[in-house]
Design a binder for this molecule. Sequence first.
Ligand code: FAD
Length: 335
Amino acid sequence: MFALRNASRRLYTSRRSRLLSTLAVLEHRGGQVSASSLPAVTAASKLGGPVTAFIAGGDSASVAAQAAKLVGVSKVLHVPNGAYDKGLPENFAPLLAENIKAGGFTHVVCAHSAFGKNIMPRVAALLDIQPISDVTEIKDATTFVRPIYAGNAIATVKTGQPTNIITVRGTAFPASATEGGNAEVAEAPVDPKAPALVEWVEENLAKSERPDLATASKVVSGGRGLKNKVKFDEFMPPLADALGAAIGASRAAVDAGFADNSLQVGQTGKVVAPQLYMAVGISGAIQHLAGMKDSKVIAAINKDADAPIFQVADVGLVADLFQAVPELTEKLKNE
Ligand code: FAD
C-alpha cells in the first residue's frame, strides 16, 4: 500500500513539474502598460501554458486592470508599492525572484528593452539560472532562436532548466491585442520590501512631437554623410516631417554629436523594424544593420554605389544627399 501511494505521488509530482506556466513581466509608464510589453505577452502565449502578467508600482492596481484586458493573459499579479515605480533593478530583481519562486513558473518573459535588459539578468543570477536573451523565435517551450555576433549568426538554443528567464525582441512578435481579455487580478504573494539599495534622483526625457523611434512605422536615419550637426538638423527633420517619420541616426552620427544618443539605431542602439526605413548617408556597417535589417522596406541614399547599405536596400538612390534630400522632401510635401 505504502509503495503504491508513493508511486502515485511520484507520478503526480512529475506530471505537475511538466505543466507549463509563464510569468510575463510588464513595464508601465504614466499609468499605461508600455507598448514594448505587448509583443512579450504574445511571445509568452506562444509557450503554451497559462500566462500570468506581473506589474509592480504605486499605481499597479489601475495598470493591472488594463493588463487584465490583454488577449492571452489569464491572471494578473500586481504589487502596489511605489518603491518599484522606476523599475530600479536593485529593488525589482529580488521582488521578481521571490514571486517566481512562490509561483513555481516554468518561464518568465520580458521585453528585451532597457527595463528587461536591466532586470532579467539579475533575476537569473538570483535564481542561479542561465538567462536566454533577445529571443526572436519560439520553436517550442524549450527551444529558442536568438541572434549572436550582432546578428551575423542565428543560434537555436535548447534549455533543460526548470525555470527559463527569457527576454524577447519586440520587433519579432506582434503586439497582443489590448482589448478582449478578461483575466483575474490579484495581489502578488510576496513583497520582500527589501531595503532600497539605490535612490531615484531624476530623469530627463527627450521630448519630441515626432513618432517614437522604437515603435514608429516610418524611420529616417542620418549618418556621417551629413557632415555635421547643423546639416543634420537642416536636412533630416524636414524629411521626417514630410513622411511623418521618426528620426534615427548611425552611431558615427551620434558619436560626432550630430544627433542625441537616444536616436542611435543598431547593435548598441535601438532595434527597429518599421514599414519604411530610410538610411541617408549611412554606409551600412554590420552593427547598424543589426538594428534595422528587419524593416519591411529599406530605402537608402548614398553617393557611393558600392556602399554595403545597398546590399540590404529594397530601393536605392546613388546621389549626393545634399541635393537628393531637399528634392525628395519637396516632392513628399506636395503629395
Ligand atoms: P560611415 O561608415 O562613415 O558612412 C558614411 C556614408 O555616407 C558613406 O557610405 C558615404 O559614402 C556616405 N556619404 C558621404 N557623403 C555623402 C553625400 N554627400 N551624399 C550621400 N552619401 C554620402 N553603428 C551604428 O550605426 N549603430 C550601432 O549600434 C553601432 N554599434 C557598434 C558597436 C560596436 C561594438 C562597434 C565596434 C561599432 C558599432 N557601430 C555602430 C559603428 C559601425 O561600425 C559604423 O562605424 C557606423 O555605423 C558608421 O556610421 P555611418 O554609416 O554613419 O558612417
